[in-house]
Design a protein around this ligand. Structure first.
Ligand SMILES: [Zn+2]
Length: 232
């Protein structure tokens, strides 16, 4: 943790590229404002191809580098690869424990992750990463969960706010007018996932404009925000 006084975000994605597509403009804004952003990528992304002959391990290695390059563009302080197999995530206690440890280590003011309750969300990793992340928020703030982490010197941490991306019912919009180009530059670094850069830019631009219309900005990203420890 380089700057103890800086505000911190822990972002938890299922795959390399999730955060860039859903929240890249917001992350770029927060880092420009001096926030330290830590990005945990739960799976290796080894199934992210329609080519049946591709070697999943080679693809995972390529995507790891793409993720590092994209994170650098967004100003992310550290990328943590949890390296679960792509498509193999379940909201099992192992992932919850790993994310709880990251919460206790990075002590974020804001946590960013998948909304697990989006209806018709087909990707199991997105649901599982979202659920495990929220389970971890509760666990990290309670000394009876994973006490071995506390015995190893960690302290409990109650995350004040959670920003869920991919949300069906967003209630918070971040103006990304100043950072949309950096978001697109970061997305372009995921070259294995973006077949047509121009098309991707059009699609992202339409999406950001739609969210912008909801919030009175030219371009925006949208989140459902929770304050997990306020209303218990
Ligand atoms: Zn994904």
């Amino acid at each position: 943790m380089n700057e103890p006084d800086a505000k911190r975000v822990l972002a938890v994605s299922a795959h390399p590229d999730d955060v860039e597509f859903t929240s890249g403009g917001s992350v770029a804004r927060w880092t420009a404002d001096g926030w330290a952003v830590y990005l945990a990528v739960c799976t290796d992304g080894g199934k992210g191809s329609r080519d049946p002959n591709i070697d999943p391990r080679a693809l995972a290695a390529r995507r790891r580098q793409e993720q590092r390059d994209a994170a650098e563009i967004l100003g992310v302080a550290e990328v943590i690869f949890l390296d679960h197999p792509d498509g193999g995530l379940t909201a099992a206690s192992e992932l919850t424990k790993e994310v709880a440890l990251l919460i206790r280590r990075t002590r974020p003011h804001r946590l960013l992750g998948w909304d697990p309750w989006k209806r018709y969300q087909l990707h199991p990793d997105h649901r599982a990463a979202g659920l495990a992340t929220l389970d971890a928020v509760l666990a990290a703030g309670n000394p009876h969960y994973f006490p071995e982490q506390l015995a190893a010197g960690m302290k409990i941490h109650q995350v004040p706010e959670v920003y869920l991306f991919g949300a069906e019912q967003p209630d918070t919009w971040v103006d990304i007018g100043q950072t949309f180009e950096r978001k697109m530059a970061a997305i372009e670094r995921h070259a294995s996932q973006v077949e047509n850069v121009w098309e991707a830019a059009q699609q992202m631009s339409r999406c950001a404009q739609d969210y912008g219309e909801q919030s009175g900005a030219a371009y925006a990203e949208a989140f459902k925000v929770l304050h997990p420890f306020c209303d218990t």
